[in-house]
Every structure is written in structure tokens, then in C-alpha cells.
Write a protein that binds this ligand. Sequence first.
Ligand code: NIG
Ligand code: FE
Length: 417
Amino acid sequence: MKILLENIKELVQVIDKPVLLRVGKEMSSVKTIKNAFLIIRDEVIEEYGKMEELKDKYTDDDYLVEIDCTNRLVYPCFCDPHTHLVFSHSRENEFVQRIAGLTYEEIARQGGGILNSAKKLHEISEEELYDLSIDRIIEIIKMGTGAVEIKSGYGLNTEDELKMLRVIRRIKETAPICVRSTFLGAHAVPEKYKSNPSEYVDIIINEMIPQVAAEELADFIDVFCDKGFFTPEDTERILMAGMKYGLRPKIHANELGNTGGVEVGVKYNALSVDHLEYLNDEEIQVLKGTETMPTILPGAAFFLNLPLSPVRKMIDAGLPVALASDFNPGSSPSGNMSFISALGSIKYQMTPAEVINATTLNSAYAMGVSDCLGSITKGKIANLFITSEVEGIASLPYFFGSNLVETVIINGVIQSF
Ligand code: NIG
Ligand code: FE
């Protein structure tokens, strides 16, 4: 199968010599080719260049499909490296409680929040959970996402954590996009272990992790290392146990305070530390020069009215930054990466180019797939989207709330919805 995209107004995020991530100032560079073509053979990007070169170099006319992209931009699909999109019910009641003045932490302390989602997830079958989740996958593909990381963490007992992870595995097998799975048994302490949380940590270590590993259900391990959830000491124990089975950490840190999560993440060479609403200068220095991607979740800060991560300071200090949706029913009920891009520019002062690097290449890195996704590079997997008629790369963050993604191609296949 061969597809030719022609007359592309601007081919965005072209990286000729592959790199795995961009840090600091490098994030302000995004190469685009104006009036471009791109050829897909089977599932990979085979060639691209200026339209003038197409006629000279490629006389072969056996394209099965030709798509005219006049006035349209072509992007590599978004990679979304942090979601909890396998869940059973939404939580509008808590949304209303927050409008009335309760905080996310207060709701959690009263048994709402993550514990509420765990109760609901316990009640539905694996089949129903899969059906609900695959609909969300289709929704995010329509909005241009071509790779997604999904966490467990609404099970909070061995059986239900495994149920969630099996659903994620089935999504991996059936969804067209690239999926990575993260075990997050340490998302909240269940009610019955409240007086002795380390008993629950023992269950995670001795019971859950070995079974998750035996069934090869996870690529990564996560802990919600924060005020009122898991301590840095709990986190270390859990990460060490997971790493014995080859699960690389990707952790939730510093959403509710400067609680030591960044240091633990870096100590255990986490692939990413995520949230970082609270991040001081020392923690910025701790992250510098490491292999850990700071990943910001603007949807959660927006939805919960949290302080904003100091993204400008981070980039200016030479750190890389990735953006993710955090799609979940409690703190960010949206997987719309265009909206996340808009928040990046509007709330965090990221330029359109920085946002593109943070939602494609760097976000691919944060889920371990930037060798094959996240840029327009020969030999990479052809996960691309074509926009509607737009002005340029500032249009996506500018038209916040709109979906300017018109056509999505995944593994070289044009998706129909
Ligand atoms: O990343 N902070 C912890 N976990 C999720 C929220 C989960 C929930 O409220 O259901 C997050 O924001
Ligand atoms: Fe999260």
C-alpha cells in the first residue's frame, strides 16, 4: 500500500536526523517544509520533500491513494504519555462539590476521588470496561492522538488491578494506535488500610507486582508520590520491587506539594516524573542532565485550579518538557491534545514550536517510543494527521476548543470514523 500526500501547505516537525528528545532551547526549533509532499509505504514514512522534487525524483505513479492537502498542514500524531482512560464512571458529583468550594484533597479524604472510582470499577465486568475504554480510544484518535500510555490504579486490590491491566492489554491488541501500559497499584490507599498503609504497600510488592509481571501486563510502574497518598519511602520500596521485574518507573510527583517525588524519580532513573505543579529551583537542578522527562499535565491544573508548573523556567534552565492529557474522571476528563497544546501556550507561555516538541517528540520519549514515533522522519511509523484549512502552526493552540484534525492516518492506514 502506498499513499501520497501532496500540496501540503506545511509539513510540520520534520526531523531528518533522528533524535530521541529535545531539551531547553532546542525545543524552540521545529522544522517545517512548505508546499511539501510525503509518501507512505505500508506502515512507514518513506519519503518527503518539496513538491518540486516530487516530479523529478519520483516518476513512479503506482500510488494507490493520493490525498490533496492544499491549504492543510500535516503533523505527526500526538503522543499522550499519561492517561487513566480505563475507568468505569465519570465523577460530575465531585465536580459540583468542587464548584461549591471543596478541594480535590478534601473530597479524597472523604472517600471520594480515586477510591470512588475504584468502588465503581469493582462493580463492572471486564467486558463492559473494555467497551467504555475503547470508545475513549476512538475519541482521542479522532483528535489526532496516535500513541497513548494508560495506567491501572482504579483497582486497588489484586483482582481489580489485573482486570484493568487485562483491559489495557486488550486495547493494545485491538486498537490501531500504539499503547503502553503502566501498573499504578499505588494510586491511593484503600479505606481498610488507612491506619496501616504499609500493609497495602506490602500487598503491592508481594502480590500484585509478581502477578502483573508473570502475565506481562505492564511496561512501566507508577506511584502517586504525594501529600496524603504515598511517601517517598513507600515509593522507593515499590519502584525497587517493580524494577526487579524490568518495569521502569514513570511517577506522579509534586501535584500537591514539594514532597520528594522528583528526587525519588531521578534516583530510580524514571522515564518521566509527571505533574510538577510544585517545582522549586533545587528540583529543577535535580532533573538537569538526567534521562527523566518532566511531564506537565495542563488539563489537571486547569480543571482543579492548581498552581501552574514553572514551565518557562524549566525550559529556560535547559530541561526538556513533555505535555500529556492525564485523561481521567477526577482531575482531567479530557484527552484532547489540541486543547492541551492551547493550554501550553496560553497558560504556560510555551511557543507553538515548544508545544509541538512537547506533544510529539518529547511526549513520545516519555512513553519510550520516540525511536519510532513523534516526528516526520524517514522510517518512522506513519501516524500522521492532516488539519483542516489553517493559517500555520499557531492555529492549533489559537483555536482552543476546536478540533482542527480532519484526517488521521495510523500505521499507514487512513482512519474512517
Ligand atoms: O494524575 N493524581 C493522581 N491521579 C490522577 C487523578 C486520578 C483521579 O482523580 O481519578 C491525576 O491527576
Ligand atoms: Fe495521572
